[in-house]
Design a protein around this ligand. Structure first.
Ligand code: C5P
Length: 415
């Protein structure tokens, strides 16, 4: 798997650096060539001589080494590799990477590279749990950096918890996966996702809304895009950045959402994750409603169009796979089954949104997937209950199911 691959291994300053010696050995045994940068801190834990002996190459550590620049500049060093691996990645290295700082050879190579980067964090458990490190981790993930570990266990400092560097065999597995070309099982397919709440105007300054954050729908759009689909995301008002590579249409009301959904057809997959307001105000004021002596203004509500049902029941442009959501606070599965039949969709993702679950607006979700294969007339419904997981992971799993249902292929990794 690693044959002919060139790894630039950056060894940071942590007690876990001793494991990086074994990592070098394993990577080379797998067929990779390994070139190493030893940071000043790393050099306190392992010697350049051991690193050079195991890698079979010169060890690089000084940024302003003229000889070295004459032989190979730091830019060249970082571009000459197929993958950069930082192991151990200390809290300091992660912070510098997250902020684009470059005051030594390791950080300069990391900033100058155009190659994928994998980090194996290792640090004291409290340093790992610190908000600053977690912020940096999120930034690095957002920048596309792959992360392996850390593992939980006894620490060299005598504490217990997450912070131990992943074992060399785990890092080798992560290296192989980082070097494998991503499988794009949804390539060539168009996916439509709705997300977020809708805002139904009462007057020009007030509206009816709900607590949907849009996080689940955005995560699904991003996962479908990562799986190679052309994704259109129609979203109500949310406080989230548009996912990269996705065509995003921002709307306010349910009727706007339906219009944009219809304009996006035909698609191969439609996933309706939006929490569409069931009602809108029939007599919404053209001007701001005023308090009057006559008391409260009567708001007349009328039903909004049901976007999921409308699209599920189309005769011509009905997408081959239509997926709805059922957010329920009681009788989850029974209500979801009934919804599947009533709306005419193929699958339902059912989730319990009782306030105690923290699902609405939160980052985690506990879902049940109801699938009906064999057309809308089929009564053969399967129910799969998934463990509690992050909304990104729910999205990845859902996209994996979609891929295997439509194409028989699955994305490379289901988390
Ligand atoms: O009926 P209920 O709102 O519980 O149905 C939820 C499902 O229907 C979700 O997939 C939601 O996006 C969709 N829906 C819709 N248009 C509506 C109401 C719900 O697309 N007006």
């Amino acid at each position: 798997m690693l044959s002919g691959k060139r790894i630039l291994l950056i060894i940071g300053g942590g007690i876990a650096a001793y494991k990086s010696l074994d990592l070098i050995r394993r990577l080379r045994a797998g067929g990779a060539t390994v070139r190493c940068i030893l940071t000043a801190g790393g050099g306190q834990f392992v010697t350049p001589l051991s690193v050079a002996s195991l890698s079979g190459d010169k060890v690089y550590s000084e940024l302003f080494d003229l000889m070295n620049e004459a032989e190979m500049g730091h830019i060249q060093l970082s571009r000459d590799a197929d993958l950069l691996v930082v192991a151990p990645a200390t809290a300091d290295l992660m912070a510098k990477m997250a902020h684009g700082l470059c005051d030594d050879l390791a950080t300069t190579a990391l900033l100058a590279t155009d190659k994928p980067v994998l980090i194996a964090p290792a640090m004291n458990v409290r340093m790992w749990g610190h908000a600053a490190t977690q912020r940096n981790l999120a930034t690095l993930r957002g920048d596309g950096v792959a992360v392996v570990g850390p593992n939980e266990g006894d620490m060299a400092c005598g504490e217990y918890g997450p912070g131990r560097m992943a074992e060399p065999d785990e890092i080798v597995a992560a290296v192989i996966s980082a070097l494998s070309p991503p499988v794009k099982p949804l390539a060539g397919l168009r996916a439509l996702v709705t997300s977020g709440p809708t805002h139904e105007p009462i007057d020009p300054v007030r509206y009816i809304a709900n607590r949907s954050s849009g996080k689940q729908g955005f995560a699904i759009a991003a996962a479908a895009q990562a799986a190679g689909a052309d994704v259109i995301l129609v979203t109500g008002p949310v406080d989230l950045d548009d996912p990269a590579g996705v065509a995003v249409k921002h709307v306010e009301s349910a009727r706007d959402m339906l219009e944009q959904v219809e304009a996006s057809l035909p698609v191969d997959i439609a996933i309706f994750a939006a929490a569409v307001a069931d009602w809108r105000v029939a007599n919404a004021g053209e001007q701001k409603l005023k308090k009057t002596a006559a008391g409260m203004p009567p708001l007349q509500l009328v039903e909004n169009p049901d976007i999921l049902a409308t699209i599920s029941k189309l005769s011509d442009k009905r997408p081959p796979l239509v997926i709805g959501f059922a957010a329920e606070t009681e009788h989850l599965i029974d209500n979801a089954r009934a919804k599947l039949a009533r709306k005419g969709c193929d699958w339902i993702v059912a989730n319990d949104v009782s306030p105690a679950t923290g699902v609405m607006g939160g980052d985690r979700n506990t879902v049940h997937l109801l699938t009906r294969d064999g057309g809308a007339a089929s009564t053969d419904i399967k129910v799969e209950s998934w463990p509690v997981m992050g909304k990104e992971q729910v999205a990845t799993e859902l996209v994996a199911r979609i891929a295997s249902s439509l194409t028989g292929k699955t994305p490379e990794k289901t988390l």
